[in-house]
Each structure stands twice: as C-alpha cells, then as structure tokens.
Design a protein around this ligand. Structure first.
Ligand code: CU
Length: 241
C-alpha cells in the first residue's frame, strides 16, 4: 500500500541508489570564468573543479551546500551529487548556483543542474481550477529502498484536497466535470494544501514491494474556480521495476 510509505511530513529518509553508472564531469578555469560555466549532470555523478593559473579562487554554492578554496594548495574540488546530497540540499529544479568569493563581482559564477531519473509518466486528465491546471510530477525510480517524491504545484492555496491512488489496473472515469484516472481508488490521503498551493510529498520505497505493480496518482482539490468545484491535477503513473 503506497500511502503507508508516503511520509506526510517533509522528512526524507535518505538511501543511496545503485542504478545508472555514475559519471565524472570536469570544470576548469579560464581567467575569471568557470569552464564550462553551466553543466547538467545526472544524480549520482561527480563534478571535479581543477585549478590552473596563479590566482586563488573558491567554489562556493550560493546557499552553502559546498564551499572550498580552489588554489595551488587545494588544486581540486570534488562534489558528488548523490541522492543523499540532493536530499540534504534541496534546490529548485535541483540547480546549484555557485560562485567564486573573490571574483563573484567579476561574474565568476556557474551552475550545476542535476537530473533525477524518474519512473513516472504524466498521463494527463488535469482539470483547471482558479489558477489553471494543478500540476503533479513524480520523481524517483521506485527501485526498492530508494527515495522519490510526488510534487504538487499550482493547487488552490489552503484548499481541502485528496490524493487518490490506484494500486493495480485503473479505469479513467468521469468525475466533477473532468476525469479521475485513479479508479478504482485504492487509497486516499486527505490534506489541506499549504497557502502556496504547492505540496511536495517525499516517500521511500520499501524493500519488499513486488515488481510490476502499477501505481496511478492524482489530486482532487476543492476549488470554486473549477467547472464543478473540484480541480484535478494531471495523473501520474508508474510501474515498480
Ligand atoms: Cu575566482
């Protein structure tokens, strides 16, 4: 039962994944520039910054996730963008902006964006509310003992809402002027949405979930701006590996 595994607190239990082989990406220096300036890596990959030239620099994440000198005494800085690192340092879109402390004002900045593998597919069926269609995104591979998240954005702030979950085959069915993809409903999680209308829902897959289990999730949100008073997020679907 999925909801038993979903933590309604925002606490993420951290476990390491052992999926795709990790890669190493190199960032060098050219004058007062990181080269390449902006890179995209996969979860689990390593980034190595290597010093050159005579000047001393730093590799300093804007919000403090990493901060080391990059100079002749410390010629490399290595950061592993592991599952644990991502969980400990959550950033919008997993983007880590960083700078060199002495040369930030000269534009010596860069970014690392981390892509996270996902088993989830958006299957649609969103129904607009007062601020448009609420968006549901699933992350995580659903491998046993790995973390994932079901992230709702653009819901009505402070509204009563229910996360509907189907475990097994689902039959999309008309519902309040839209379509509920999660029929039959296996589980319901009623909540009041935060004022922002955004609700991340981290979870950890337990070790014993059987492969081939189809999961479908969709939010219903009380919203006077919806055609029949209930907005629906798009539904997301995944099958356990
Ligand atoms: Cu510098």
């Amino acid at each position: 039962m999925l909801l038993r595994f979903i933590s309604t607190s925002l606490l993420v239990l951290v476990v390491s994944t052992a999926n795709a082989p990790a890669a190493t990406h190199n960032v060098g220096l050219s004058g007062l520039n990181f080269v390449p300036k902006d890179i995209t890596v996969a979860e689990g990959d390593t980034v190595v910054w290597t010093h050159s030239g005579a000047m001393s620099h730093t590799v300093t994440e804007d919000l403090g996730a990493f901060n080391q000198p990059l100079n002749s005494a410390n010629p490399t800085v290595t950061v592993v963008f592991s599952t644990a690192f991502l969980a400990a340092n959550p950033r919008v879109n997993n983007r880590y902006d960083y700078h060199c402390i002495p040369h930030q004002s000269f534009g010596m900045v860069g970014s690392v964006t981390v892509t996270v593998a996902s088993a989830w597919t958006d299957i649609g069926f969103g129904l607009a509310g007062s601020s448009g269609v609420p968006q549901l995104a699933g992350t995580g591979t659903l491998q046993p003992s790995t973390s994932g998240s079901l992230d709702l954005t653009n819901g009505a702030g402070g509204a009563f809402a229910i996360l509907f979950v189907t475990v097994g085959p689902n039959t999309p069915t008309p519902f309040y002027g839209g379509v509920l993809a999660t029929v039959p409903v296996s589980l319901q999680l009623p909540l009041t949405l935060p004022a922002s209308g955004n609700l991340p829902l981290p979870f950890v897959m337990p070790a014993g979930v059987p492969p081939g289990l189809k999961l479908t999730c969709q939010w219903g949100i009380q919203d006077a701006g919806a055609v029949q008073g209930v907005a629906l997020s798009n539904a997301v679907q995944a099958t356990t590996p």
